[in-house]
Ligand binder design. Sequence first.
Ligand code: TYD
Ligand code: MG
Length: 478
Amino acid sequence: MARPATSFVCQNCGGTYGRWQGKCDACGEWNTIAEESSAAAPAAARGRRRKGRLFALEPLTGAAETAPRLPSGIAEFDRVTGGGFVRGSVLLLGGDPGIGKSTLLLQVAGALARKEHLIVFISGEEAVAQIRLRADRLGLAHAPVGLAAETSVEDIVSTLSTGPAPRLVIIDSIQTMWTEAVEAAPGTVTQVRASAQALIRFAKTCGAAVILVGHVTKDGQIAGPRVVEHMVDAVLSFEGEGSHQFRILRGLKNRFGPTDEIGVFEMTGSGLREIANPSELFLSERDLGSPGTAVFAGLEGSRPVLVEMQALVAPTSFGTPRRAVNGWDANRLSMLLAVLEAHCGLNLSGHDVYLNVASGLRIQEPAADLPAAAALLSSLAGVPLPPDAVYFGEISLSGTVRPVTQSGARLKEAERLGFSRAVVPETPGFDAASNPGFAVECFTRLNKFVEKMFGSEKLISRRLHRMDPARARAGSEM
Ligand code: TYD
Ligand code: MG
């Protein structure tokens, strides 16, 4: 009789082994290898094939049921989820430890419970007394949220399956949950996956929306929640810089809504406060009149967001120049420096370049190329840019400034915030004159922009040489 075929599969990377081992050779994770049966179904093995059930095909046209949603009442949160929680859906909220995930979710739970929905908050990290203390601080002490400090998935599912079905279940965090179905220790990939699977099954059967909290660890010591990303309906990430009070909720995946929207919050002494107007806050600490800053008129989802980009170009003191970026893509900066060298005659190989996006926002749009270039050039020349100007535009490898989407919305937001001019790409069909009293300057090539800003190329290169320590030294020896 043939032996049943089993193989040992790494639950993290999918590597397959003939026997069990503690560490996966492929991805280096420990305790991720689990036995899986690869035997064919018994009926098929006996050669008696079951005929498939017949089903009818349906046309694309027809009544489409919109998923019933439960809005949280926190507008910035609903913006990211696409209008609220969908019944039976599972959402993963990831983020660094201490960023404010538990606080945000307790606020969501409190807001919903006050509207007489049955909300359950299960914490595997904090005791009930600790959660109560936090709720008190958030002004939610009297919200009728069902609290529990539990970690066993079987216990949680059994408890929630009896009695009225909750509308929303918050599990804080998935790394602390464990199920008896697998033998691995809590926090391992196998446990996280099996627990998430059980909770997803529970959500689908009882119709409750489930939020799983997941910690992201940089060193990968604890199994990250990445393994459950493809199992859930939506993945949100809660981000922020330790030194800033801003927190940004970003949608990374969403089966029921947009993925490019952001929600902006501020961490205060009494919890997270919604920021409906992020530009005003991002621009509140502007350093007017100093060189190296440019205001980017960006777009986050459907909402225009103005933010300051800061650059510092300084002669390098080591052999290799440093390039450090905060809030923007480092590769994008390298590309921009290469374009400045190839098409505008600016060689920055003797200079350190630092670029920072103010307020801890992370920009992903290519439209930030032009403001980044403007900030770099301003720092290099030591000339401040006009404080009432905004910039946007993508720069291509050939040195052209390319149009970006929604120019009108960006300009309107700039005008609303008191800016009176914009430096933008030439956009076909876009009528600059439609904004009277707002000067719009269009460019098609980056070198024209450089010339317009700082005069001829010669002026800049003279400035570059003056800043180059090697040349300065050579000059003084002469
Ligand atoms: P927390 O929600 O516990 O983070 P996470 O669940 O993501 O690990 O937030 C912890 C931080 O938030 C902590 O450093 C204190 C701060 N905080 C405030 O500043 N104000 C508040 O009202 C609360 C509740 C927390
Ligand atoms: Mg927490």
